[in-house]
Design a binder for this molecule. Sequence first.
Ligand SMILES: *Cc1c(COP(=O)(O)O)cnc(C)c1O
Length: 214
Amino acid sequence: MARAAARAGRNAQSVTLLAVTKAQPPEVVRAAADCGIEHFGESYLQEGLEKLDALRDRALTWHFVGRIQANKTRPIAERFAWVHAVDRLKIAQRLAAQRPPHAAPLNVCLQVRLGDEASKGGVAADELAGLARAVAGLPRLKLRGLMCIPPEEREAARQHAWFRELRRLLAALNGGGAALDTLSMGMSGDFEAAIEEGATIVRVGTALFGPRGG
Ligand SMILES: *Cc1c(COP(=O)(O)O)cnc(C)c1O
């Protein structure tokens, strides 16, 4: 991460490592926290909640990075600090209504669908501005930025192109009056390209912990 930041002339501190611990047991989270990692991501709600409970004694910041089902928003709103994959207004409205009033605002990223892969979820680029405006107006949420899971690319140039597109979309929103500061992009296979294109959060699982279930 530091080398990629340096290549782009960026301060390494401007990129947060979000350790994605899905399929990893609580002991692995604890060991990673002992190494100084503070941000942890989970994709499956039940599994994630069990780990939050098991790690209650640690001051960690939990991110929900998976797809969000409308009937399961309440525990996300109550227990997590960030959600990365909001792609519908209905989900954001439920999270806003269910965020406890005494808690800090829930940090929200909108997932953008790049490359027409309908199976991956995300809002289409041409519907992004409308969704961003609506979500920014909801109480108890803080719209922070954009997230993507681009098609898997082996070629660095093609990885760069997807991430540049997400950065362009963020800049367009900010040009229209938004004040977004977060690009959640880059996973184990492409986090270096993402950092070079401006990622502020990289979501890394297997590169830290090895293959899931392996
Ligand atoms: C699993 C997952 C990751 C981490 O993927 P790796 O390839 O293991 O680094 C990142 N983001 C999301 C949304 C995930 O579901």
